[in-house]
Structures are given as structure tokens and as C-alpha cells.
Design a protein around this ligand. Structure first.
Ligand code: AMP
Ligand code: ZN
Length: 120
């Protein structure tokens, strides 16, 4: 059986629920592969999450999907240009010890004036 994005859903996963529209989000972009929405607890003037529709645990798993990983970066760049000056910090917290709390891969896009150094 072919694997589809629908197969790659975790019923317990909060981001899968956001993707399915079961939990509301402030979306700024969506296409067939990813959605991007506002982080609930922003750490910068612009703080967005770019999230593949397929449920993958973390960015290590996306190394096997280079086109999808590249698309995440492209969309991060696009939304940073739309919402700020185009410069951005891209963060993939990977593993609980690195601060990952939602185990559905997502890129944090931090942008806007005066990004603090050394912090998230
Ligand atoms: P991480 O700690 O890297 O796994 O990031 C998870 C991020 O998801 C955090 O920055 C949270 O603020 C954010 N988050 C959690 N729940 C929601 C939600 N329902 N809508 C938007 N962002 C969320
Ligand atoms: Zn998920």
C-alpha cells in the first residue's frame, strides 16, 4: 500500500490536529506540503511555525525527505519576507533535551527587529 500524507497522521498529535483544522491556528501560509501559522507564545516580533502536513517526529527524519526539507526552508523565507524584512532565524528543536515539546517536526521562524542574540 502506498504511504500518503493521510497515513502519516498521529491521532494524539496537536500539530496533526491543527493541520486537520480540529484545533484553531492563525495560518499565514498553506499548500499541499506544509502549513505555517503563528506560534502561540511568540519569542520574537514575528514567530511562525512551518509544519509539514505529514507527521514526522523531528528534522532528523526530514533528512530522508530532502525536497520536503527544502520546501520548509523556502516557505520560511517567504513568510519572513511577507511578515518582516526577510531576514530570519530558523530553529528545529530536536529531542526533548534540546527543548522540543511537540514531536511533529516544525521549523521556528523568528524575525522582526532586534532579534535577541543567543536566545531562541
Ligand atoms: P518546540 O518546543 O520546539 O517543540 O515548539 C513547540 C512550539 O509550539 C512552542 O513554541 C509552542 O508555543 C507552540 N505551540 C504549542 N501549541 C500551539 C498551538 N496550539 N498553536 C500554536 N503554537 C503552539
Ligand atoms: Zn503530527
Amino acid at each position: 500500500m502506498n504511504s500518503t500524507a493521510t497515513d502519516l497522521r498521529d491521532p494524539e498529535c496537536i500539530f496533526c490536529k491543527i493541520i486537520a483544522g480540529e484545533i484553531p491556528s492563525e495560518r499565514v501560509h498553506e499548500d499541499e506540503q506544509v502549513i505555517a501559522f503563528q506560534d502561540l507564545s511568540p519569542k520574537a516580533p514575528v514567530h511562525l511555525l512551518v509544519v509539514p502536513r505529514e507527521h514526522h517526529r523531528d528534522v532528523r527524519d526530514l533528512a530522508d525527505r530532502p525536497e520536503l526539507l527544502a520546501h520548509v526552508v523556502q516557505i520560511a523565507s517567504r513568510v519572513a519576507s511577507e511578515q518582516a524584512d526577510g531576514d530570519f532565524r530558523l530553529i528545529f528543536n530536536t529531542g526533548a533535551n534540546a527543548g522540543q515539546t511537540v514531536f511533529h517536526v516544525h521549523a521556528h521562524v523568528l524575525a522582526g527587529e532586534t532579534l535577541p542574540e543567543g536566545e531562541m
